[in-house]
Design a protein around this ligand. Structure first.
Ligand SMILES: [Zn+2]
Ligand SMILES: [Zn+2]
Length: 336
């Protein structure tokens, strides 16, 4: 185990060199932003929690997080603004009333930028319902200040919209106006998964394919091939942060929160580095096609058996028990 960690570390170090990005440590030509030390989760007191936490990464990029008091998935959503258009990544999970929050944020941006309107593209990291639950509510927004182009989470629609000639080997893109976003097909966690690279900030969105948590993999060969394709595409491109859709890890290395938790005290940071992607690739390779669960420092590789539907009985029981207890305690969670 120690040997493997050393290899992973060396790989990530050599990876950082091979993917070296700027001659001087001066921030390069990336547009800067900030991430919070900790995010709101679901508590300790649900009476005090807003349904959405809005974080300004910088004036043209906002990160929205759904409260655990509404749903244990607590997904992260991303809202990019370019000169001509904006793009929303995902629409939230169960009971996430995104539409009014989204309108609020877009209107504030318009006010700040002395603009009357901006067209909005709505797209998805993948098709699972903890990222598409808000689709119908978003589609029924009819606000002249933010006319919506809705891209369904289906391969054909994504291919057409992002001009991806071959799925999954091609690369797509969309230009928001002085802001080109690259789209990389990433099947494995879901047949429709994609990654998004923002050249302006150097942020790489990896959805549910890489985040500080349990990486559920129903299609292992596709997932491994996708990871390798993503790394190949990122060659020579600076990565400021790798940002996913969830956090399920604690700040203690190799330790996650039980599935179904709505309150995450002492939660892992959202951001990972490009080294995590190299570490993931290395661990997948080391399995030699023999898929197995493997807890890494900041995430867990979690292959799912194709025969069993969902996460399996054991996980479902933990999820139910944890969720019932924490939902009972949601007005005042016990502190660690
Ligand atoms: Zn998913
Ligand atoms: Zn998810």
């Amino acid at each position: 185990m120690k040997f493997r960690l050393l290899i992973a570390l060396l790989l990530s170090l050599t990876g950082m060199t091979a993917h070296a990005q700027f001659a001087e440590p001066n921030g390069g030509d990336l547009e800067r932003g900030t991430l919070p030390q900790t995010w709101a989760t679901g508590g300790p007191k649900c009476m005090e929690m807003p349904e959405w936490q809005v974080h300004e990464y910088n004036k043209d990029l906002y990160i929205l997080r759904q409260s655990g008091c509404t749903d244990a998935e607590m997904p992260f959503l991303y809202l990019f603004f370019g000169r001509d258009r904006a793009l929303l990544w995902d629409t939230g999970s169960r009971n996430g009333d995104l539409a009014p929050e989204l309108e609020h944020v877009v209107h504030l941006w318009l006010e700040r930028n002395h603009r009357e309107s901006i067209p909005l593209i709505v797209t998805h990291s993948h098709s699972h319902d903890d990222h598409t639950w808000g689709d119908s509510a978003i589609q029924s927004i009819h606000d002249p200040a933010m006319p919506i182009t809705f891209v369904p989470a289906k391969v054909a629609d994504m291919q057409a919209f992002f001009h991806i000639a071959n799925w999954p080997d091609g690369i797509g893109s969309v230009d928001l106006g002085d802001r080109r976003l690259d789209i990389v097909p990433l099947p494995g966690h879901d047949a429709v998964s994609i990654a998004l690279y923002d050249r302006r900030t150097g942020i790489l969105l990896t959805g549910d394919s890489l985040y500080p948590g349990r990486l559920y993999i129903p299609d292992f060969p596709a997932f491994q091939a996708s990871t390798e394709r993503l790394i190949a595409f990122m060659e020579g491109k600076p990565v400021a942060h790798v940002l996913g859709n969830h956090i399920e890890e604690t700040r203690t290395p190799f330790l996650d929160f039980p599935i179904g938790s709505i309150y995450h005290p002492d939660e892992h940071s959202l951001e990972l580095t490009f080294g995590a992607l190299l570490e993931l690739e290395d661990a997948l390779k080391a399995m030699n096609g023999k898929r197995r669960r493997m807890a890494m420092r900041d995430f867990t590789i979690w292959p799912l058996s194709p025969e069993e539907k969902g996460l399996g009985k054991e996980m479902e029981e933990i999820e139910k028990k944890t969720n019932e207890k924490q939902t009972r305690d949601k007005w005042d969670q016990p502190r660690p």
